[in-house]
Design a protein around this ligand. Structure first.
Ligand SMILES: CC(C)(COP(=O)(O)OP(=O)(O)OC[C@H]1O[C@@H](n2cnc3c(N)ncnc32)[C@H](O)[C@@H]1OP(=O)(O)O)[C@@H](O)C(=O)NCCC(=O)NCCS
Length: 161
């Protein structure tokens, strides 16, 4: 039940659970997992301001997390770097909870937009559907960006301001 899920800050003790979650997500390759963990590690450095991280927890279990930050050299453009929900926790509204929380924090910080990058390869169809349901629009598609046949898809949401 979603009612038992709480959002809280990420702690260093959550790292192994995040690593398991990334490996179990089903669509991240080794390079993506390595980058995701680099971002988690950077976010755990006391006093850093580049990354904001939140986890969705049900008791001791970490069921999902999200990471976002202000796009460098921008005034009010934010990037949603990562969102992932454990396969066992999917379809319960946890992904929506994480993204909507992120949007709220970005808006509270005066953000004008939130962008997210994803891949066109097989395995990401559900991810695209998820963002569409959350009213993200495709802003750009960079053909063959990751490898030949794998486009970068940039989705985003502009907040009224
Ligand atoms: C994408 C992801 C975060 C969604 O998490 P989730 O907790 O299952 O999503 P929710 O239950 O909050 O779903 C929110 C809405 O999106 C829709 N949705 C979620 N996954 C979907 C899918 N695979 N296909 C179609 N719609 C989907 C839901 O139907 C729901 O709609 P509703 O609120 O109108 O009922 C999760 O599937 C995931 O971690 N995927 C792998 C990692 C990934 O691709 N992350 C994004 C990288 S950029």
């Amino acid at each position: 039940m979603l009612s038992t899920v709480v959002l809280r800050d990420l702690h260093a003790a959550d790292r192994p659970a995040i690593e398991r979650l990334l490996h179990g997500a089903g669509n991240f390759n080794a390079a993506e997992i390595a980058v995701a963990l680099e971002v988690v590690d950077a976010g755990l450095v006391p006093g850093q301001t580049d990354y904001e991280l939140i986890v969705a927890a049900d008791g001791e279990a970490v069921l999902g997390y999200a990471c976002w930050g202000l796009a460098s050299m921008s005034d009010g453009t934010w990037d949603l770097y990562w969102v992932a929900v454990d396969p066992q926790g999917r379809g319960r509204g946890i992904g929506r909870l994480l993204v909507e929380h992120c949007e709220e924090r970005v808006r509270d910080a005066g953000g004008r937009s939130l962008l997210v990058e994803t891949s066109s390869r097989t395995g990401y169809e559900g991810t695209l559907a998820f963002y569409r349901v959350l009213n993200y629009e495709v802003l750009a598609r960079l053909r063959d960006y990751y490898i030949a046949g794998d486009d970068k898809i940039i989705l985003g949401k502009y907040f009224s301001y």
